[in-house]
Design a protein around this ligand. Structure first.
Ligand code: DCS
Length: 477
């Protein structure tokens, strides 16, 4: 078998997540004794698994597309009582764009009309033109990232700069394609900031060692760190990529999960690039930006929808990317429909406009409150410090573990933070991911938790974790 597959690690659904599934099965079957009644999966940003409601308008349109019989003349009266007029109109429009059926393969790059919706969305978001022919619809952002990393890898000397901590899709895919990850560390003390001088040194050293560094991955807002870059920093990153001839891979899937929008709004790399004082950068820098229906207030991650936009790529390279997309035939059409809705939600004056915004606002406000509450809970724990989440769906607290806990972990052949998370799962039913799954500064320990458990259970969730932490310290000091 392919030895690279053996090297792939993906902690978000790693050993602890597997153990949590087993505990859930045991609880359902009434087997074994646990000091809790339910398992809470905070290991994965999976909002609807933790009961986040889907956006009504999106599901209305999706269901009409799924069952086009409802759009026939003889059902019109009935359906108009159940569905708002804009959902019906939108479903008709989508079906006209998609073709006779959503059960058919679409264009490999994604339905042209949906790519136009994405392009319009990008133009409105950034104030700069976007070309549908450079937009690729994908199965979540994941498959886009995999496509690009595969494209960029020539051999095992190919180096890709990835942040540490990072979302392990990147390290896993680099293992799979046999490229060399070139890690750069985010600085926790300064809110997980990115230091350009440090990047320069890392690239120089890697190149001195014969690594052909080709691209820089930036996750903004950050996963697992929740940082959100400011415009000065972004400008410097763009200058750096241009000087070093690096492709910039901008993972912007959390672009609407922004919790301090006044002081730290989301700025896309496309916008920052187009408005860079050095005009050559807007014309020359190869930028790919990724987005997804999985995150934000949408959370439709099981539908697998997303897109990437290519800027300044040579058309010959684009041809190769198109070829790769066509080998997979097409991204699934259900996901494409949601991409269309994400990028073209109801507009002012549409019947669903108010209710759509009310739903989005409610989810957003609640996420924001939960992020603050969990951050506060972590910071109140002995030996724990936690940077605020300016964006994303996660907190990544640093934990200082007593010697006894570190020794116990060693005996068990576990990393100390994995031991801590294991004990947490067994004591509380809460499943989180050890920092070692994302990478961390040597000698520091962290874990990542989502703040997605439902709000009415959130106080209990926080106090459960606090109680566990106190007990863990007592038992291991
Ligand atoms: N990029 C980042 C930064 C992510 O966090 C994720 C998913 C993806 C890309 C890919 O998502 P989709 O393929 O669904 O678009 N985040 C995972 C995580 O850390 N928890 O849940 C999934």
């Amino acid at each position: 078998m392919n030895p690279y597959i053996r090297n792939v690690e993906y902690a978000v659904r790693g050993k602890l997540a597997i153990r949590s599934d087993q505990i859930r099965e045991d609880l359902e079957a009434g087997v074994g004794e646990f000091p809790f009644k339910t398992v809470v999966n905070c290991n994965i940003g999976n909002p609807q698994q933790l009961n986040q409601k889907p956006i009504t308008f999106f599901r209305q349109v999706a269901s009409l597309c799924e069952n086009p019989e409802l759009l026939s003349e003889d059902k019109a009266h009935l359906v108009s009582q159940l569905y708002p007029a804009d959902a019906i109109a939108r479903a008709k429009k989508l079906l006209a764009m998609i073709g006779p059926s959503i059960g058919a393969y679409s264009h490999s790059q994604g339905v042209p009309g949906i790519r136009q919706t994405v392009a319009r969305f990008l133009e409105e978001r950034d104030g700069h033109p976007a070309d549908p022919s450079t937009i690729y619809l994908t199965q979540g952002a994941s498959s886009g990232v995999q496509t690009l990393l595969t494209l960029l890898t020539q051999n095992d000397k190919t180096g890709i700069l990835i942040p540490i901590p990072q979302y392990p899709l990147y390290s896993a895919t680099l293992s799979l394609v046999g490229a060399t990850p070139v890690p750069y560390y985010l600085d926790e003390e300064s809110g997980w900031s990115l230091d350009i001088d440090n990047l320069k040194t890392i690239v120089r050293e890697a190149r001195d060692q014969g690594v052909d560094v080709r691209a820089l991955v930036i996750i903004n807002p950050g996963n697992p760190t929740g940082q959100c870059l400011d415009s000065d920093n972004m400008r410097d990153i763009l200058t750096f990529c241009h000087e070093q001839r690096l492709v910039l891979l901008a993972d912007e899937v959390y672009q609407t999960n922004i919790y301090e929008p006044e002081c730290r709004p989301f700025i896309s790399f496309k916008k920052a690039m187009m408005e860079h004082p050095n005009k050559k950068i807007a014309q020359q820098l190869e930028l790919v930006s990724f987005h997804s229906i999985s995150k934000g207030m949408i959370g439709e991650c099981g539908r697998r929808g997303g897109y990437f936009e290519l800027c300044n790529f040579d058309y010959k390279v684009e041809e190769q990317i198109y070829k790769m997309a066509s080998v997979s035939l097409c991204p699934n059409v259900h996901g494409q429909i949601l991409v269309d809705l994400m990028c073209g939600p109801p507009r002012q004056g549409d019947p669903s406009y108010e209710s759509y915004h009310a739903e989005v606002r409610e989810i957003y406000e609640s996420l924001r409150r939960r992020s603050k509450k969990l951050e506060k809970a972590f910071n109140s724990m002995e030996g724990v410090t936690c940077q605020p989440a300016l964006g994303s769906m996660y907190l990544f607290p640093r934990i200082r573990l007593p010697e006894k806990a570190i020794a116990k972990a060693k005996q068990l052949g576990m990393a100390p933070d994995a031991f801590y998370c294991h004990e947490m799962l067994e004591a509380t039913g809460v499943c989180v991911v050890p920092g070692s799954g994302f990478g961390q500064e040597h000698g520091t320990w962290h874990f990542r938790s989502t703040f997605l458990p439902p709000e009415h259970l959130f106080d209990d969730f926080c106090s459960n974790l606090q109680r566990f932490h106190d007990n863990f310290l007592k038992e291991n000091s």
